[in-house]
Design a protein. Structure first.
Length: 144
């Protein structure tokens, strides 16, 4: 009996299959968890950027004197543009987990504040200069 005998080769193939199959399954499980972790990390990274941007815009608006209407208006337009970008990011990439819940709540809260305030609503309307202006915000609101 040689190592090139059909029975030996068949036996060796069976052993490799029996050992290799569980290893392959374990590898797939590890890949699945790694992909999930990467999604969570990517989501957290996007949310941190969105949060920082919106927070800094709100801080800037509150620091502009109310008598300086042109600077205040420009600051609001910057906030609206940041919200537009935030909605685009959320629509294009899955924000998941707790960070996903957080960013959805943040966007909804800021949009609700704008909607409930007559001056902010008017400024938002005056910022619309094209049918596609704030398209991502509209698309986001349709999905939510």
């Amino acid at each position: 009996m040689s190592i090139f005998d059909a029975a030996v080769i068949s036996y060796a193939a069976n052993v490799v299959t029996i050992v290799g199959f569980p290893v392959a399954i374990a590898g797939l499980v590890i890949v699945f968890f790694q992909i999930r972790r990467d999604k969570l990390a990517g989501s957290a990274s996007a949310v941190v950027g969105i949060h920082e941007s919106v927070r800094s815009r709100v801080d800037h608006i509150s620091s502009v004197p109310s008598v300086d209407d042109s600077s205040r208006e420009a600051a609001f337009y910057d906030l609206f543009n940041d919200l537009e970008l935030a909605c685009a990011i959320v629509l294009d990439s899955p924000v998941v987990g707790r960070t996903g819940e957080y960013v959805h709540q943040l966007i909804r809260d800021v949009l609700r504040i704008i909607q409930d305030d007559a001056v902010l609503s008017e400024r938002l309307q005056s910022a619309i200069h094209d049918p596609n202006t704030f398209k991502n915000i509209r698309d986001y609101l349709k999905k939510r």
